[in-house]
Design a protein around this ligand. Structure first.
Ligand code: MLT
Length: 302
């Protein structure tokens, strides 16, 4: 019998795939495999029985992968399984950064009791006028599963899309639309694009890559989106860029105190992959990977 311990709530669609020779257990200490979503595992001591960890999601920064490698524990992630969910929220964020949607909703809440609401709404309509994304330049930093989905969807929406990825070619990532441009110098993304969205993992070479220098290169009034990891952005530098008006809108999927409450900042509590469908897809992929490794020794997405 193999024992699987879930550190977070893992979709039943995933755990139902476990074969009969597997059992879910509440006992961490006897786990053969662990399923995890966002729980931080850095301080955990792993049981000797542990063979593999399945991360139901793309990032593995909550797992001590170097220590796992030393201890012979294989770590799997689920690339692409939540890409559609993130793509959809990024498309939403592009519009949130362009139209007075957030201000408009807040205004309506605050003015619900106004007896002259129709007249007041005329003024609000002017105050919250926005701009369209059609024909605007979008820079996509990172063309993995999520970045490629975002880039293709933005092309379909009529945006002029520029992609940067030192490891992935445009041909591999996109349908080679003539609307897609490949940029080899990331600074060109900062300099040229009206909207920039980042889709890279957090690692030594990427942590803090959106710093005050990057912000200073951006076009005046740029919109910056971060649905990857909070640590990619120097949030104090971003707060300054927002304060000065250099960055018109910063939409981040992380509750970073540096920008919370600032005008132009739209802050979300890591909702990018939080859909029922993405949770099911990630759980199913993670379970299949764990079982395939434990039963057959096959290693995929490790
Ligand atoms: C990911 O790395 O794919 C996300 O952080 C997943 C999640 O929200 O759990």
């Amino acid at each position: 019998m193999h024992y699987i311990h879930c550190l977070n709530n893992i979709s039943k669609y995933g755990t139902d795939l476990l074969p009969e020779s597997y059992e879910l257990t509440d006992e961490f200490d006897k786990a053969t495999g662990i399923l995890v979503r966002s729980a931080a595992m850095h301080d955990m001591e792993f049981p000797e029985s542990l063979l593999a960890i399945g991360r139901a999601g793309a990032g593995v920064n909550n797992i001590p992968i170097d220590r796992c490698a030393e201890e012979g524990i294989v770590v799997f992630n689920t690339p692409g399984a939540n890409a559609n969910a993130v793509k959809e929220i990024v498309l939403c964020a592009l519009l949130l950064g362009s139209r007075g949607i957030v201000d408009g909703i807040e205004w309506c809440r605050e003015n619900a009791d106004d007896e002259n609401i129709a007249k007041a709404a005329e003024k609000a309509k002017k105050a919250f006028a926005g701009r369209e994304i059609l024909g605007k330049k979008l820079g996509v930093i990172g063309l993995g599963a999520i970045g490629a989905e975002v880039a293709n969807a933005a092309i379909d929406l009529g945006m002029d899309v520029y992609g940067y990825d030192p490891y992935v070619s445009v041909g591999a990532a996109w349908r080679m639309s003539s609307a897609a441009h490949h940029v080899t110098n990331i600074d060109d993304i900062f300099r040229e694009c009206d909207y920039i969205t980042i889709h890279v993992p957090a690692m030594e070479s990427t942590i803090g890559m959106i710093d005050s220098h990057a912000c200073s290169l951006m076009k005046d009034g740029a919109v910056f989106l971060n649905f990857s990891r909070d640590t990619l952005v120097d949030n104090a530098a971003m707060a300054e860029a927002l304060e000065s008006g250099k960055v018109h809108a910063y939409i981040t999927d992380f509750a970073v105190p540096e920008v919370m409450g600032m005008e132009g900042a739209i802050v979300l509590p890591h909702l990018g992959a939080s859909t029922a469908e993405a949770e099911d897809n990630c759980a199913m992929m993670a379970v299949r990977e764990l079982v395939d490794y434990i039963d057959n020794g096959n290693i995929k997405n490790s």
